[in-house]
Write a protein that binds this ligand. Structure first.
Ligand code: FAD
Ligand code: DLZ
Ligand code: SF4
Length: 520
C-alpha cells in the first residue's frame, strides 16, 4: 500500500522500523517531499523471531500505522506494507529489496537499528543491493555509540556509576555548576524502603486504545492467537501525544514518591510508583533527554524531592544509556557469554504462572495481563530465580524478550546476562544480585500468604530462594569464590562446615529438579 502515488525515479527510499517511530529519526534528514519514499513494513520475521507478548505486537503495529498516517499528513509518500498484504515477503530485507525494484529509487537510507540480529540482515542487504545504501547513527540516545566507545576505551572496568557522572557533567542534568545538585551524585541509599503496611500505590491513568490501536489489537488477536499474554486491558500509548500525556501525568502525580518506593513490591500492584515509559522510549514516542529535562524541571520547581528525581534520571541517563553502550561494544560475543556455565531449562511456570511461590506467580500473572513487570520483579524475583536455578542464558533471554512490552535485545540482554544472572561474568555488575527469600520478604508483602516458609532454610516447606541460595554459591565457587564483594557470604558458607555444605548443595539440587529446572 502506498499512501500517495509512486514517487518519480531517482528519489531516496528511507526505512522506518517499528521501534523508530520518531519525527527526529536521522533516516528522515533531508527528505525531499517530491521524490522520496518512506518504507514501513509489518513483517512476520520481526513479529515472530521470538514469541512476543500480544500487547507488544499490537503496540508496534499501532504505533507504526499512526506514525505512517502522521507522515502522510505532512505530504510524505509512505509505502506501508501491512502484515496481511499478499505481496509481503515478511522480512525487512525482503521488503527493502522489493521496494527498490518496484520504485526505481536511486539510494536507500537507514538509521542503524537497535538489535544485532536485524543489523546483520540489513548489512547483508546493503552488500547485495542494486543501489547504494547509507547507514546513519541513531541520534535518539543521549550518548552516541562513538562517545560510549571513547569513554570505555582503556578502562579496566566499565561501571555505570562513573559513566553516569560523566553524562551528568556533559548534559548538565541535575548539576549546579560543576557540582551535582544537592552535593551528592547518588541518592540510592534513600531509595530502598519496603512498603509499610497500609500504604498502597495510587491508581494509574492508563491510555484508552484509540481506533488505530483497536484495529491493530484485532489483527494481533487473529494472527497471533498462540503468543504469550492477554490483549484485554491494553493501556499503552501508541502515539507521541498519548505518550506525552502519560508522561506528564506520571511527572505530576507519581514521580514525587518514585524514589521512596523504587525497590518495593506488593502483590497485585504491578505499577507501584514506576514511570511505565520504557515502551514509549524504546520505540521513539518519547525522547530520553527531553524526558530527563522534564523531570529535572519538576525538581527545580519544588514539586518533587531530589531522591525521586535523581533516582529517575539515573535510570534513563545512567542505566539505559550504559546498557545500550555495553551492547554496542560487546556484541556479538556478549550474546554467547555464559560465565557460570548455566545449563538448565527454564521451568514451565515462568510461562504459566502455575507455582506456589507467591512472589513468582504474581510477577508472571501480571506480566501475562499487562506485558509489564517493574524493575525489582525482573531483577530480584524472576531474574534472581533464573540465576539461582542455573537456567541457560539463551532460555532466559528468550523469556525476557517474549514477555515484556519494552523488550529489545540491546536493553534486555545486558540486563539479563549482566545485571540479573551474572552470565557475563562481571562486565555490567561487580557481583551477582543473588538473594534469598529474606530480601523479597523485606521488600514485599508476598511471603505472608505464601505456601513456603521464608524463614526455613532447607526441605520441602522452605522458601525455594533459600534452598537455592547457598547451593548456588557452593556450585559456583570456582567462578565466584574470589569475588571480594561475596567474601562475607563465602565466609558464612565456609562456617557451615563441609558436611552441612554438602547437605545444602544436595537440597538445592533437589529444589532445582522439583521446580523443573532440569537438564535439557
Ligand atoms: P521506571 O522504573 O519508571 O524507570 C524509568 C526508565 O528508566 C525506564 O523506562 C527505562 O527506560 C529506564 N531504566 C530503568 N532501569 C533500567 C535498566 N536496568 N536498564 C535500562 N533502562 C532502565 N528495560 C527495557 O526497556 N527493556 C527490556 O527488555 C528490559 N529488560 C530487563 C530485564 C531484566 C532482567 C532487568 C533486571 C531489567 C530490564 N529492563 C528492561 C530495565 C527495567 O526493568 C525496565 O526499563 C523498567 O522496568 C521499565 O519500566 P518503567 O518505565 O516503569 O521504569
Ligand atoms: C518488535 C517489532 C515487531 C513486533 N514487528 C515489527 C514489524 O513488523 N516491522 C518493523 O519494522 N519492526 C517491528 N518490530 C521492531 C523490530 O523488531 C526492531 O526494529 C528491531 O528489533 C531492531 O531493534
Ligand atoms: Fe517468594 Fe519465598 Fe516469599 Fe514465597 S516465601 S513469596 S517463594 S520469597
Amino acid at each position: 500500500m502506498t499512501a500517495r502515488g509512486p514517487a518519480p525515479a531517482g528519489g531516496t527510499l528511507r526505512l522506518v522500523l517499528g521501534d523508530q517511530v520518531s519525527d527526529a529519526l536521522s533516516a528522515l534528514d533531508g527528505l525531499d517531499l517530491q521524490n522520496d519514499i518512506v518504507l514501513m513494513a509489518e513483517v512476520m520475521g520481526e513479529a515472530t523471531y521470538v514469541g512476543h507478548h500480544k500487547q507488544k505486537i499490537a503496540l508496534v503495529f499501532a504505533a507504526m500505522r499512526s506514525h505512517a498516517a502522521r507522515l502522510t499528513a505532512r505530504g510524505i509518500c509512505v509505502r506501508y506494507v501491512r502484515i496481511d498484504d499478499p505481496q509481503n515477503t515478511h522480512s525487512i530485507a525482503g521488503e527493502l529489496a522489493r521496494a527498490v525494484s518496484e520504485t526505481s529509487c536511486a539510494r536507500v537510507v537507514i538509521t542503524e537499528c537497535g538489535e544485532w540480529r536485524l543489523a546483520q540482515a540489513l548489512k547483508a542487504f546493503s552488500e547485495d543491493a542494486k543501489v547504494p545504501v547509507e547507514f546513519r547513527p541513531d541520534r535518539r540516545f543521549i550518548c552516541s555509540t562513538a562517545r560510549f566507545a571513547s569513554w570505555a576505551k582503556d578502562r579496566r572496568q566499565l561501571r555505570m556509576e562513573f559513566f553516569y557522572r560523566e553524562m551528568r557533567r556533559e548534559t548538565g542534568l541535575l548539576m549546579d555548576g560543576a557540582e551535582p545538585a544537592g552535593g551528592q551524585w547518588n541518592l540510592d541509599a534513600e531509595n530502598r524502603k519496603g512498603l509499610p503496611r497500609g500504604v498502597r500505590p495510587p491508581a494509574r491513568a492508563r491510555t484508552e486504545p484509540n481506533a488505530i490501536t483497536r484495529e491493530a489489537m484485532a489483527d494481533v488477536a487473529r494472527l497471533f492467537p498462540d503468543h504469550f499474554g492477554d490483549l484485554e486491558g491494553f493501556g499503552w500509548p501508541t502515539t507521541v501525544d498519548e505518550a506525552e500525556a502519560a508522561l506528564d501525568d506520571f511527572l505530576t502525580n507519581i514521580l514525587p514518591a518514585f524514589g521512596d518506593w523504587q525497590d518495593a513490591m506488593a502483590l497485585g500492584e504491578p505499577w507501584m510508583w514506576h514511570g511505565l515509559i520504557s515502551a514509549s522510549l524504546n520505540i521513539g514516542l518519547l525522547d530520553p533527554l527531553e524526558t530527563c529535562r522534564k523531570a529535572e524541571a519538576v525538581y527545580r520547581e519544588g514539586r518533587a524531592p531530589l531522591n525521586a528525581v535523581e533516582g529517575f534520571i539515573r535510570q534513563i541517563l545512567g542505566w539505559r544509556e550504559f546498557v545500550r553502550g555495553i551492547y554496542g561494544l560487546k556484541m556479538p560475543d556478549y550474546g554467547r557469554i555464559n560465565a557460570l556455565d548455566a545449563d538448565r531449562k527454564l521451568p514451565e511456570f515462568f510461562w504459566s504462572g502455575q507455582t506456589d511461590m507467591a512472589c513468582v506467580a504474581d510477577a508472571v500473572r501480571s506480566t501475562r495481563a499487562t506485558a509489564y513487570a517493574h524493575h525489582i520483579q525482573r531483577l530480584m524475583v524472576t531474574g534472581n530465580l533464573a540465576m539461582l536455578l542455573g537456567v541457560h542464558p539463551d532460555a532466559v533471554d528468550d523469556w525476557y524478550l517474549s514477555v515484556f512490552i519494552d523488550a529489545y535485545e540491546w536493553v534486555e540482554m545486558p540486563n539479563t546476562r549482566g545485571m540479573a544472572t551474572f552470565a557475563d561474568g562481571g562486565i555490567v555488575g561487580s557481583k551477582p544480585y543473588a538473594a534469598s527469600g529474606a530480601y523479597i520478604n523485606r521488600m514485599s508483602n508476598a511471603c505472608g500468604g505464601c505456601r513456603y516458609d521464608v524463614k526455613a532454610k532447607a526441605g520441602d516447606k522452605a522458601c525455594p530462594f533459600n534452598r537455592l541460595y547457598w547451593g548456588f554459591l557452593e556450585r559456583n565457587r570456582a567462578h565466584l569464590g574470589g569475588n571480594i564483594r561475596l567474601a562475607m557470604s563465602y565466609r558464612t558458607l565456609d562456617g557451615f562446615g563441609e558436611a552441612r555444605r554438602q547437605d545444602l548443595l544436595a537440597d538445592a539440587e533437589a529444589a532445582r529438579t522439583l521446580l523443573g529446572a532440569t537438564r535439557p
